[in-house]
Ligand binder design. Structure first.
Ligand SMILES: [Zn+2]
Length: 178
């Protein structure tokens, strides 16, 4: 029996964004408004790397409405992270800060050369630092220190830092003192 030729698809292939929008329609169809306000229930802000393998809610047992999640490349405490933390604490009532870096981070393979190469290529120097690092633990310590020394943050006594292992799913706490 001859194999039938594939039929031309009636619909054009969905882009990834189309796929997300379609998933959202299904999500919204099953959604019920939990009636929460904007203040996180657990009064905690989690600052983490944007890495796709790090599912913060699942890894930390968090539910909708529990926490602020503030993410960027590396989970590095930049001025913009301080901006978000300041709003989180001063306007939305969070008290604790959890910092999460992870094994196999893309920033471990970069150096500030990335910035210089970028400048050479596009003819403009970025205003931001790459914040690349070689030592994960030390970078977590530096991030903790940046939070603990920020004059904008009223709550700096409960700041803890961790490295998430993308192979085991386990957090390892970093001692800030050494
Ligand atoms: Zn990362």
């Amino acid at each position: 029996m001859p194999i039938p030729a594939p039929q031309p698809s009636a619909q054009p292939a969905l882009s990834v964004t189309d796929r997300l929008v379609k998933a959202n329609a299904e999500y919204a169809a099953a959604f019920t408004d939990p009636g929460m306000d904007a203040r996180p229930v657990l009064k905690v802000a989690v600052v983490a790397c944007m890495d796709a393998r790090l599912d913060l809610h699942a890894a930390l047992g968090l539910e909708l409405g529990d926490c602020h999640t503030i993410r960027n490349a590396g989970g590095v405490v930049t001025d913009d992270i301080i901006r978000s933390l300041t709003i989180s604490q001063r306007a939305l009532g969070t008290r604790s800060v959890v910092l999460i870096h992870h094994t196999g981070c893309g920033l471990l393979n970069l150096t500030e050369d990335f910035r210089h190469e970028l400048e050479a290529e596009v003819g403009q120097r970025p205003s931001w630092a790459v914040e690349a690092f070689k030592d994960l633990d030390q970078d977590v310590r530096q991030s903790m220190e940046r939070v603990r020394t920020s004059p904008f943050l009223p709550h700096r006594d409960d700041v803890r830092g961790f490295v998430f292992d993308v192979h085991t799913g386990l957090l390892r706490e970093i001692d800030p003192r050494h």
